[in-house]
Ligand binder design. Structure first.
Ligand code: GDP
Length: 445
């Protein structure tokens, strides 16, 4: 799972601080050492780790912690802040051109996920009301053009590909012609897929730089495979020197990745991460928010993304109702049941559950999550009375036994569901009030 190991390691580190009324400098040094080790193990670049742990240590030794009522939680807060900072701070969105089509060029190594990303980005832009066009300027890889056409068809967007014999072999010309075509046909975003090589290669860089010069893109997005590990920094620097880019897209964040690339690239290049790609399907794609990613790494849950995904999965009326319920803290287990029943896509369910706070403990179960799991959760909720679904507080011991018996599950399973639901509800309230959610079980900040 996403940052699974790092999350576990950090959670263990923080657990050691739990319940300490005061932190000695030795406690802080020990904690910082643990964090350093966890980050290095997650393949975060050494320079980034040094910087990060230095700042965490300075702040942890300072006033804000020693004067705090709950120093452990304060340390978590500092780590959270600094994680947000190395992930780029404020979220940044695509900057659209004021006149004419917005041109977005994609660059990155072969296999980084550019072509897939082109389709994801186009589909997402379309859902946001744009009319994007994809351009096949990767004329190197034999079936790259066909692959882009397939992806374009799945996304339901236009694809500009060179006619056989016309401009073939000249990606610069293809890209320029495509922009003329976009102007003619009123496409408002042009996404140019370019060729990558397996490794850093001067020829490829030159070609990408030439395309960039010819089409003067509004954004150049560097797509990087999150699984590339320690090579992330070298690769990113090479692309920055060779082509330069305005933003980063992290792909394959769904893999069993250690996530180091994600945590290194933004701070090393000074370029913001704009999107994250989390699977092979065109819907596995999210705008990137440094603060939400930090929350996920620290297992604080990612309620905002959860809400947005719910909105994408349901029709407008339903999603308005859900958003309203989140905001007013009236989202009940009954609503949860309805949502689950409406979700047809297993991937979305896994994603949604994974974003609930405290999902760490459930991670293994999530990996093996299958239809029967949904059936069981459904059965548990269905065995509750309407009252219980609306006011989970009513669920005392004997009611839980009754529900477990009624649903053919165990009291542990019932407890698990209710706990997670209550934690999520609490966080939604905090988030709705503009606060930072806390680590479950660590007490208030
Ligand atoms: P390109 O050479 O940069 O255009 O890379 P492709 O778009 O062809 O992607 C290379 C491989 O990675 C393909 O098999 C994709 O299906 C896969 N891929 C792309 N993005 C993701 C992702 O976010 N997650 C996973 N698991 N696979 C991905």
């Amino acid at each position: 799972a996403l940052f699974g190991n790092l999350t576990d390691r950090l959670a263990d580190t923080f657990k050691n601080l739990r319940g300490k009324g005061k932190l000695s400098p030795a406690d802080i040094d020990g904690t910082v050492r643990e964090i350093r080790r966890a980050l290095l193990e997650a393949d975060v670049a050494l320079e980034v780790v040094k910087d990060f742990t230095g700042r965490v240590r300075d702040r942890a030794l300072g006033d804000e912690v020693s004067k705090s009522l709950n120093p452990a939680q304060q340390v978590v807060q500092i780590v959270n802040d600094e994680l947000v900072a190395i992930l780029g701070g404020e979220a940044r969105r695509i900057q659209f051109a004021k006149t004419g089509p917005t041109v977005i060029m994609l660059a990155g190594l072969q296999g980084a996920g550019k072509t897939t990303l082109a389709g994801k980005l186009a589909k997402w832009l379309k859902s946001e009301g744009h009319t994007p066009m994809l351009v096949a300027a990767d004329l190197q890889r034999p079936n790259a053009v066909t692959q882009l056409q397939v992806v374009g068809e799945q996304a339901g967007v236009a694809v500009y590909a060179p006619e056989p014999g016309n401009g073939k072999g000249d990606p610069v010309r293809v890209a320029k012609d495509a922009i003329k075509e976009a102007n003619r046909k009123q496409y408002d975003v042009v996404i140019v897929d370019t060729a990558g090589r397996l490794g850093i290669d001067t020829e490829m860089m030159k070609q990408a730089a030439n395309i960039r010069k010819a089409v003067d893109p509004d954004e150049v997005l560097f797509v990087i495979d999150a699984m590339i590990g320690q090579d992330a920094v070298t690769t990113a620097r090479a692309f920055q020197d060779g082509v330069d880019f305005t933003g980063v897209v992290l792909s394959k964040l769904d893999g069993d990745t250690r996530g180091g690339a994600a945590l290194s690239v933004a701070s090393v290049t000074g370029r913001p991460i704009l999107f994250a790609s989390t699977g092979e399907s065109l819907d596995d794609f999210e705008p990137f928010y440094p603060d939400r990613m930090a929350s996920r790494i620290l297992d604080l849950g990612d309620i905002l993304t959860l809400i947005e995904q719910a909105q994408k999965n349901f029709d407008e009326e339903e999603s308005l109702k859900i958003a309203e319920k989140f905001a007013t803290d009236t989202f009940t287990l009954e609503d949860f049941l309805v949502q689950m029943q409406q979700l047809k896509n297993m991937g979305s369910i896994k994603n949604m559950l994974g974003m609930l706070p405290g999902a760490k403990g459930m991670r293994e179960q999530l990996e093996n999550f299958d239809e029967s799991e949904i059936t069981r959760t459904e059965a548990i909720i269905q065995s509750m009375t309407l009252q219980e679904r609306r006011v989970p507080k009513l669920l005392n011991g004997s009611r839980r036994v009754r529900i477990a018996r009624g649903s053919g599950t165990t009291v542990t399973e019932v407890n698990g569901l209710v706990n997670r639901f209550e934690q999520a509800a609490k966080m939604m309230k905090t988030v709705a009030r503009g606060g930072t959610p806390q680590i479950p079980g660590m007490g208030p900040i």
